[in-house]
Design a protein around this ligand. Structure first.
Ligand SMILES: Nc1ncnc2c1ncn2[C@@H]1O[C@H](COP(=O)(O)OP(=O)(O)OP(=O)(O)O)[C@@H](O)[C@H]1O
Length: 455
């Protein structure tokens, strides 16, 4: 339930572990200014040793933006808080500007946190933002998205974004600021009818009942998504294996479990992971595929992934079409949405390209029993390899070969934003593909209570 009463009654930050310090993302609007002063109060009172850095992103989209960022700098100086302004440099797209600005904002905030050695970014998202998000996703018919924003989201695998004001109303925050004699900046973009969110904000108006309804939908959808995710994670743990790089095998019983909703969800996630796609395939199409895979000898492609049902199981591998070719072997490259690749100097003058059928065939037949060798080679052929002047030097990160590089598998749907509701599922997938361990959110674990990224 959203909090309606005075803010001082709610422990907003006591569940957060500030041991690694925090960035407060402050635009200068009412919500993030309230976040800043409430957070400062909390740290002064309870964690005076905690490191805090306020960061303002200057998107450079309006002539006033730098003056506004400097206004935040002055407030921070008054409150004794370190502050940085970071600028979104480079060309701005002519379409999809809000999404591009959002992407840049999170990247810059996370970079600022890393640079300062701080482990999380706190934003001022409120219950009003949550209701608007649900409304927006309802309009797009995004079932999974109805969960809205998670209170804790892992960004790029290492920086936690926490939203401690997600149950607070904007009005209450403004009342608090007025009571303290503090002003805020009203961003004209927030009422610009050319953009979707301001339009929905206006449509929602002050309809309290509608607001409560939307907020409740988010809570219910988040709980359902987490529950479904846990069931899908269990199915992956029990029924999925990785016979070789780039190949996932599902036990034949996977198509006939007593929880088809969880099986279909797990299949959608795995299709996206194997195909290196950041969004899940359409539920309807995945459901049709799931039922077809119950029959033997069925083959179909969805999310750039070929699914093959054989007697020994259902096999998933990246389709050959559309693989990236001849990418320069630069360190810290994401290849095909599937691998984060790092190199040392020995890879100079090389390119990354698919291993290919010919090179794959030179591999000794190491097939795990029950894996058809044709699928083993087909999967290996789509793996990243190092090439120089048309000669293949081997798979990137191949065991037993002189190490010029490493390829860490990534789960594309969870790589950029991993909302707390999907943590269990992301962990099951990471274990399956050999990806990086997914850490815990910086929440205080109290005796007898379990910290949860959705608390
Ligand atoms: N220019 C900025 N500099 C720093 N932080 C910002 C800036 N703009 C937004 N934020 C942070 O993001 C929060 C949400 O802002 P806003 O609602 O404008 O963004 P949004 O685009 O709706 O958010 P999201 O992109 O996550 O949906 C703010 O309370 C603040 O913490």
């Amino acid at each position: 339930m959203a909090h309606i009463g005075p803010l001082s009654e709610h422990p907003l930050f006591s569940h957060i572990d500030f041991g690694q310090g925090a960035v407060a993302a402050v635009s200068g609007g009412s919500d993030s200014t309230a976040l800043l002063v409430l957070l400062k109060d909390h740290l002064d009172r309870s964690v005076p040793s905690a490191r805090l850095l306020a960061v303002t992103v200057d998107h450079g989209l309006r002539p006033d933006s730098i003056a506004e960022a400097q206004e935040v700098a002055r407030l921070c100086a008054r409150l004794g808080i370190a502050h940085r302004i970071v600028v979104w440099e480079g060309a701005k797209p002519s379409t999809g500007l809000p999404a591009a600005a959002r992407e840049a904002r999170y990247r810059l905030l996370a970079d600022a946190a890393r640079h300062a050695g701080l482990g999380m970014v706190l934003t001022g998202h409120t219950a009003d933002d949550q209701a608007e998000t649900v409304l927006m996703r309802q309009a797009r018919d995004q079932g999974r998205g109805l969960a809205g924003m998670a209170p804790a989201t892992l960004f790029d695998g290492d920086i936690w974004i926490l939203r401690p004001l997600l149950a607070e109303r904007r009005d209450a925050l403004r009342t608090l600021l007025r009571a303290r004699g503090l002003g805020w900046i009203d961003d004209p973009t927030n009422v610009d009818g050319r953009f979707e969110r301001p339009r929905l904000r206006t449509a929602l108006g002050s309809d309290g009942r509608r607001f409560d309804e939307l907020f409740a939908i988010a809570g219910k959808a988040a709980a359902e998504r987490e529950y479904l995710g846990r069931r899908a994670a269990r199915l992956i743990d029990v029924h999925a294996s990785r016979p070789t790089r780039g190949l996932i095998r599902l036990d034949p019983v996977f198509a006939n479990t007593d929880d088809p909703a969880a099986s279909i969800y797990a299949l959608r996630v795995l299709l996206a992971v194997v195909g290196g796609i950041s969004f899940l395939p359409d539920e309807e199409r995945a459901t049709v595929l799931f039922h077809r895979l119950k029959g033997l000898g069925h083959r179909a492609t969805l999310s750039r992934t070929v699914a093959d049902s054989r007697r020994s199981g259902i096999f998933l591998r990246r389709e050959t079409r559309g693989l990236p070719t001849d990418m320069p072997a630069v360190s810290d490259t994401v290849w095909d949405g599937r691998y984060r690749i790092t190199f040392n100097d020995a890879a100079r003058d090389c390119v990354i390209a698919p291993f290919g059928q010919m090179a794959a065939k030179t591999f000794a037949d190491e097939t795990v029993s029950g894996t058809p060798s044709s699928l083993f080679y087909a999967a290996l052929a789509t793996e990243p390899a190092l090439w120089r002047d048309g000669t293949c030097l081997g798979l990137v990160g191949e065991a037993g070969k002189p190490t010029v590089g490493a390829a860490l598998p990534i789960a594309s749907p969870f790589a950029r934003f991993l909302p707390g509701f999907d943590l269990g599922l992301a962990r099951a997938v990471a274990k399956l593909i050999g990806g990086a361990v997914v850490g815990e959110p910086p929440l205080v674990v109290r005796r007898g209570a379990k910290a949860t990224a959705n608390a």
